[in-house]
Design a protein around this ligand. Structure first.
Ligand SMILES: Nc1ncnc2c1ncn2[C@@H]1O[C@H](COP(=O)(O)OP(=O)(O)OP(=O)(O)O)[C@@H](O)[C@H]1O
Ligand SMILES: [Mg+2]
Length: 582
């Protein structure tokens, strides 16, 4: 875990190494000062030697300046190294997330990925800076201060060692308990982020259903959970402070007590006692920092684990060794396909699917909600991998193709598709970055999107707001279809993509498909019989199985589910003029 994180220091190794070096320089300067001070007292003041006082004073100033220089340089390099690490971590995570399959994303959840890329990385950045600065400085201070104390007065220094050992044990015990809570805090962060993300992105729905109060309560609960965990953890940590202070002041008292006796019996000088007290304070500070470092490490441990999980996660979809770089045609075959979203789930979403679709056919797919229509088509462009059997496109198993090539040739207009902020042209060119304005307009014409775009004051240069909020549902669907058409795919899949388009326009889009792209295999998922009745053949899905696969007429004769849907939707209107009525 540590290795994965530290591997991202990369080009910031130099400042990362410089920081501890500077810190040692600063510590050495700080450690010299008490000795010089002791000498001023013993030799300068007690010896009534003014020039010694001035000389040593200037020397002290010089040492302090050098120490200051090291300190500033150390802080600067630490900031650079830690900010650099954070930058590298974020970019390596982001790059890996881009390779994730839908299954990977399902596993992490979007809000968790966001927390990992923001809060967790910030934690690591802070911890890394702290460790770089204090990690070396603190132990070095401890060692030098203790050694110097032994040099000055071994008997009194023994008091330190006892105290340090005692505090060390207390710290370790306490922090281990706090660790448990800190770990939980980050899991709660996910819950809070999920609540924020869901609420804010669906704020319109929240308002439409007057659910603000409910959402506020839910959010407050998540926030309060984090508060409670933090307070619990911090309570334990702050409990250490009085123990530490108590120990250190006891130390000072003991030193003063024994020191004063030794001064009276002339076995120690006043300067030496002063130096000892200064070192004692140094040790106190070091121990405090040590506690902070421990807390930091504890807090960042959970973050490091969560970041490592993202970096190490391998896409469940792998490009084959020698991928096929061309899709010969738009034929599709499902061969005994089973599929489930989770390996451990007891029941498969798709069961034993056998289908044969010829290149250029127009296939309708109909079935109740949750009958696995989307799941079925998502296997064709390998958004998910089958769990049993195989899917063939153009005569080859989809697993043999280069993923990019396959997805270029199998364009899917997803059920809940999104537009991105930018102009209409920019959005359309997601389909093909090199498409000319002419090609963009042509795609919009087939998708019947041209009419409303041309009515907009800025036409194709109209800016789409983030999430596509400034176009209507039906307009958005038509833009998404046009975007997919620009790929010039061999297979085009529309997953309920005209549900918000009026039936007349829906019919016009289908006619345009038939006339303008006869060679493309088209799969049209729809809820309305009228959207699929003129397809070459229609698949009737029911509970993850193919219930029927025939022409409209054939299904009307032999398929009870189709008959039922037909009766409920069209029967009363006798079908023919249904389009016109809507
Ligand atoms: N990402 C997912 N993770 C786990 N289960 C899922 C996921 N997506 C869908 N499912 C489950 O798979 C089943 C089939 O869902 P699917 O989306 O394929 O149905 P559908 O026929 O497209 O429905 P609709 O008409 O409502 O779009 C459902 O029971 C659903 O709960
Ligand atoms: Mg669906």
């Amino acid at each position: 875990m540590l290795k994965t994180i530290l591997a991202q220091v990369k080009e910031y190794k130099k400042p990362a190494v410089m920081t501890p070096v500077c810190m040692i320089g600063e510590v050495v300067c700080e450690m010299i000062t008490p000795v010089l001070m002791g000498r001023i007292v013993d030799l300068g003041i007690n010896g009534k030697d003014m020039s010694y006082i001035v000389h040593t004073g200037v020397l002290m100033l010089l040492v302090a300046l050098i120490g200051f220089f090291f300190g500033v340089l150390g802080s600067f390099t630490a900031a650079k190294a830690s900010a650099g690490l954070a930058k590298n971590l974020r970019s390596v995570m982001f790059r890996n997330i881009q390779t994730f399959s839908f299954a990977n994303i399902d596993r992490f959840s979007t809000s968790s990925l966001v927390t990992r890329m923001t809060t967790d990385v910030t934690n690591i950045q802070n911890a890394f800076m702290m460790i770089l600065r204090m990690g070396m400085r603190t132990p070095v201070t401890l060692v030098i201060a203790i050694a110097m104390s032994f040099l000055i007065n071994a008997r009194l220094a023994a008091v330190y060692v006892g105290a340090v050992a005692f505090l060390g044990v207390v710290l370790l015990l306490v922090l281990r308990t706090a660790n448990v809570y800190f770990r939980q805090v980050f899991e709660k962060y996910d819950a809070m982020n999920a609540s924020v993300r869901e609420n804010i992105s669906a704020i319109r729905v929240v308002k439409a259903y007057v659910r603000e109060d409910h959402e506020i309560t839910r959010f407050q609960k998540a926030a309060a959970n984090i508060y409670l965990m933090f307070v619990r953890a911090e309570k334990i940590v702050t409990g250490v402070a009085p123990v530490m202070m108590g120990t250190v002041y006891a130390c000072i008292l003991l030193i003063c007590w024994f020191g004063a006796k030794q001064i009276v019996s002339s076995t120690m000088t006043t300067g030496a006692l002063m130096s000892l007290l200064a070192y004692c304070m140094n040790i106190l500070m070091s121990l405090m920092f040590l506690a902070v470092i421990f807390v930091m490490i504890t807090m960042s441990e959970a973050s490091a684990r969560r970041i490592t999980e993202v970096i190490r996660e391998e896409s469940t979809l792998k490009n084959p060794e020698n991928p096929l770089m061309e899709v010969p045609d738009g034929s599709i075959r499902f061969d005994k396909v089973d599929f489930s979203y989770h390996k451990e789930s007891p029941e498969a979403v798709l069961k034993d699917i056998d289908l044969k679709i010829q290149s250029g056919e127009t296939i309708g797919i109909i079935g109740g909600t949750g009958s696995a229509k989307s799941s079925l088509v998502n296997l064709i462009s390998r958004l998910y991998d089958v769990t049993g059997g195989a899917v063939y496109v153009g005569g080859h198993n989809v697993k043999e193709y280069d993923l990019d090539i396959l997805r270029k040739q199998v364009a899917v207009v997803l059920q809940n598709n999104v537009l991105f902020s930018g102009t209409i042209y920019e959005n359309l060119r997601w389909g093909d970055p090199d498409a000319t304005d002419e090609e963009c307009r042509e795609a919009c014409r087939i998708a019947c999107a041209d009419e409303f775009i041309e009515q907009m004051p800025e036409g194709y240069h109209t800016k789409i707001a983030q999430g596509g909020t400034n176009v209507s549902g039906g307009q958005k669907q038509r833009l998404c279809i046009a975007r997919a058409l620009l790929r010039k795919p061999k297979i085009l899949i529309l997953d309920d993509s005209t549900s918000a388009v009026d039936t007349a326009t829906d019919a016009r889009i289908r006619r345009a498909f038939r006339e303008e792209m006869p060679a493309t295999t088209k799969l049209i998922i729809a809820q309305r019989i009228n959207s699929v009745r003129d397809c070459d053949r229609i698949i009737v899905m029911d509970d993850g199985k193919v219930n029927g696969f025939d022409t409209h007429e054939g299904l009307l004769k032999n398929n009870s589910i189709y008959q039922e849907v037909y009766e409920s939707q069209v029967g009363a209107n006798d079908g023919a003029d249904f389009d016109g009525l809507n």
